[in-house]
Design a protein around this ligand. Structure first.
Ligand SMILES: Cc1cc2nc3c(=O)[nH]c(=O)nc-3n(C[C@H](O)[C@H](O)[C@H](O)COP(=O)(O)OP(=O)(O)OC[C@H]3O[C@@H](n4cnc5c(N)ncnc54)[C@H](O)[C@@H]3O)c2cc1C
Length: 429
């Protein structure tokens, strides 16, 4: 039986493994003690609570995500309001509003009297047409018409989707996200997130599924080198002192982060390129003594989008108030203490009025996580460095959110890249 060796147990590697378990023998090699990579949950001893490394928001349009969850039997593990509803808060204007997208493609939501962005003009929708016409060089900021729609919706949407500033971000990548979400209408834009945690939704059920199908998942298994034979195929893997020989029908999917792929693949592939600039994401998890409950629309969604400060999203889950800040390289020199103090003040302003319990003036126990290489910088220059899944080595394919998928670095991109890799090897049509 063909043996497929998958290097990397993030969502790209797990997605490839899940596709293949029914057709081939599969082994996943994951360097870390658990799978999940940049989308994982863990127990934080200091907080005494289980948290995700970072809050992840998905949309109903994420076809790859829902197909994957269906295959691993975790379809019901996501929660959301079941409608395209987004509560927002502008810190500088101390203003709360709710964006309710129309279900169909026509943007009735943007008409006066609709549940639209306060202060926006209908004509500002021109920004979306500009985006959809963008070429490979265009930046997001070149497309946005100045006004409240940009300030209070399109800019924060772009920064969250690309994890890159609008001045630098690729309009083409954002346009692909818009084509597969907003342009399809509100039905495609219902927000979803894991009920329990990222690992409970995306990782643990996938590992269990792979093992049930007699696949193998090896943790603490760091691949240190690929061996390539004279006929242009991978013939072996090195894991420190251990050598794994590949049979003539066997293949490899390299599903590691871009810098690791560069070090493993570049010695064997002339002209190999991969993104080499990254953006960080800061997540701040505040742990309260009691379970939190919010009133009104924030109670329905479980999150709020925020503009006019450092905070960009606040998620409310059990005892945890979690804040996400994207494109966070700009805060590299800012101390954790300053960020925590400022963000806590902002959180109190945003969710204090809608929570059933009063928030303390001083920040409660907190964990600040800076994911330094959260995603590649989604600029036109970096996008050009993304390789295709197929490689010149006949039995090696690439997967990962940094491989050419047409999407920025997202769970949807990572999961699709795993499927792409199986197709590149001709294993799945
Ligand atoms: C804080 C944060 C917030 C995010 N928010 C969102 C969001 O809201 N929505 C969204 O869609 N996306 C979001 N993302 C992006 C999303 O998490 C990633 O795009 C996705 O998880 C990448 O998966 P991957 O499998 O491509 O890479 P990774 O998750 O990096 O997986 C690669 C795996 O390879 C392993 N590995 C590395 N070297 C070796 C080796 N030599 N041998 C064996 N294994 C190795 C690593 O340990 C890792 O497990 C966010 C990311 C972060 C960090």
């Amino acid at each position: 039986m063909t043996h497929i060796h998958i290097i990397g147990g993030g969502l790209a590697g797990l997605s490839a493994a899940v596709e293949l378990t029914a057709r081939a023998r599969v082994t996943v090699y994951e360097a870390g003690p658990a799978c999940g990579g940049r989308a994982r949950s863990y127990f934080d001893k200091a907080l005494g609570a289980r948290i995700d490394n970072g809050n992840h928001l998905l949309l109903s349009a994420n076809e790859g995500v829902f197909r994957y969850l269906g295959l691993i039997g975790a379809h019901d593990s996501l929660v959301g309001p079941g409608a395209p509803v987004f509560p927002w808060f502008d810190l500088s204007a101390n203003l709360a509003w709710t964006l309710r997208l129309s279900k169909g493609k026509a943007p009735f939501w943007a008409l006066p009297g609709g549940a639209r962005v306060p202060g926006m003009k209908f004509s500002e929708l021109r920004s979306l047409f500009n985006l959809l016409r963008a070429n490979d060089e265009t930046r997001v900021s070149d497309c946005l018409v100045p006004g409240m729609l940009s300030e209070r919706l399109l800019e924060p949407f772009a920064v969250s989707a690309l994890n890159t500033s609008c001045e630098e971000g690729s309009a083409k990548l954002l346009a692909n996200v818009v084509r597969q979400s907003l342009a399809l209408g509100g039905k495609a834009c219902c927000p979803w997130y894991p009920r329990e945690g990222l690992s409970e939704s995306f990782v643990d059920p996938a590992v269990a599924h792979i093992r049930t199908m007699r696949g193998e998942v090896r943790n603490g298994a760091r691949v240190s080198a690929l061996e390539v034979g004279p006929v242009g195929r991978v013939t072996g893997l090195r894991l420190g002192d251990e050598r794994i020989a590949l049979g003539p029908e066997d293949a490899v999917i390299l599903a590691v982060p871009a810098p690791v792929a560069q070090s493993l693949a570049a010695p064997h592939i002339v002209g190999f390129t991969a993104p080499d600039q990254f953006e960080s994401i800061v997540n701040v998890h505040f742990c309260l003594p009691q379970t939190l409950q919010a009133r009104g629309v924030v109670g329905d969604t479980g999150f709020v989008g925020v503009v006019g400060g450092i905070t960009e999203w606040v998620f409310i889950k059990d005892r945890i108030l979690s804040v996400t800040v994207s494109a966070a390289n700009r805060y590299n020199e800012i101390s954790n203490d300053y960020l925590i103090e400022t963000i806590w003040r902002e959180v109190c302003q945003v969710v204090g009025p809608v929570l059933m319990t009063a928030l303390p003036e001083q920040a409660p126990p907190v964990r600040l996580v800076r994911e330094k290489r959260a995603t590649f910088a989604a600029t036109p220059e970096q996008d050009r460095l993304r390789p295709k899944a197929a490689t010149p080595l006949s039995n090696l394919a690439l997967a990962g959110d940094w491989v050419q998928t047409g999407l920025p670095s997202t769970i949807e991109g990572a999961i699709r890249s795993g499927v792409q890799a199986t197709r590149a090897l001709g294993l799945v049509v």
